[in-house]
Design a protein around this ligand. Structure first.
Ligand SMILES: Nc1ncnc2c1ncn2[C@@H]1O[C@H](COP(=O)(O)OP(=O)(O)OP(=O)(O)O)[C@@H](O)[C@H]1O
Ligand SMILES: [Mg+2]
Length: 285
């Protein structure tokens, strides 16, 4: 747990100049991502890994879904050479190193509270993993309350996690292939009335079992951990848990609280989000 405290100390100590400062790593305000390479179904996208040259406007839908906010979650897509993208590649490398010692097919990404960067971290971890040749990567949006993955990746689908778990469609029908990124995604397309029950169901467990049989890496974007049973349920089904801490925002006691809720043996690390690196090269992840 030394790393845990180290990250917390850094988070607490972090006093950055946020107001009015746009980091060089921030995707340009006008940048948009063309999601036309999203294809439904089972198609597997081996070898197609390019960034699309043109970008399409996203529909604005709420505070976190403006094009600018969506772009902040697409840092490794829009700026693959950035410092932030490099941090995600390093994170991937560390997870790979751990995976030589323990089973780590599925990794749940969570945080204590809303808006700390769980979806941002999930998407970017999936994207950098998808860039590695020969890896089959599935990103699952397990946030059945405030899903973000479909908007972030421009997926408009009829079926998603809720439909798969409810048996309204097959696993293969629910999975969308984002050809340009080399990853598959099981998004959330409709919000069920009973999210906690769906996540705790035997069908959800079967879905994750199937995911790990079909993919080398399964990344699970989850809701905030405090106040909901959803994340605990998902984390019990996953091999590892990655906790996102947002610098200057996440309170230490909240991180301590989720450490009590989640299975510490599954904790594989902590992502300190929204910091300015001390190395002299500025970034924001
Ligand atoms: N490092 C960062 N720098 C700038 N903006 C960021 C950063 N990380 C996340 N954001 C922005 O903060 C908002 C919340 O991020 P995100 O949706 O990833 O959080 P979340 O923890 O998944 O939220 P929720 O609990 O609602 O699912 C988004 O608008 C995102 O673009
Ligand atoms: Mg989220």
């Amino acid at each position: 747990m030394a790393k845990h405290f180290e990250a917390l100390q850094r988070a607490e100590a972090e006093r950055k100049r946020k107001a009015g400062v746009e980091s060089p790593d921030l995707p340009p305000s006008g940048a948009e991502w063309d999601s036309s390479s999203v294809v439904p179904g089972e198609a597997r996208r081996k070898g197609i890994r390019r960034l699309l040259p043109s970008f399409r406007k996203e529909a604005v839908d709420g505070v976190d879904d403006s094009a600018n906010e969506l772009n902040k979650r697409r840092i490794t897509i829009l700026q693959p050479e950035s410092f932030a993208s490099e941090q995600f590649r390093m994170l991937r490398g560390r997870i790979d190193a751990l995976a030589t010692q323990q089973r780590l097919c599925s990794v749940a990404v969570t945080s204590a509270n809303p808006r700390e960067g769980k979806s941002m971290a999930s998407v970017n971890l999936a994207v950098v993993t998808g860039m590695s040749v020969g890896r089959r990567v599935l990103l699952i949006d397990c946030d059945l309350r405030r899903p973000k993955i479909h908007k972030t990746l421009g997926i408009e689908a009829e079926y998603g996690l809720a439909e798969v778990v409810q048996g309204d469609c097959s696993f293969e029908e629910g999975v969308q292939t984002v050809g340009s990124l080399g990853i598959d995604v099981l998004p959330v397309c409709s919000l069920p009335g009973n999210p906690s029950e769906l996540l705790a169901s035997a069908q959800m467990k079967e879905t994750l079992t199937k995911a790990c049989e079909s993919y080398d890496h399964v990344i699970l974007d989850t809701p905030a951990c405090l106040g909901l049973s959803d994340t605990k349920t998902i984390s019990e089904l996953s091999d590892g848990i990655l906790v996102v801490v947002r610098a200057d925002v996440t309170r230490r006691e909240d991180v301590d609280a989720i450490m009590e809720i989640l299975d510490r043996r599954k904790m594989i690390g902590m992502v300190l989000n929204d910091v300015e690196p001390t190395s002299g090269q500025r970034g924001y992840y």
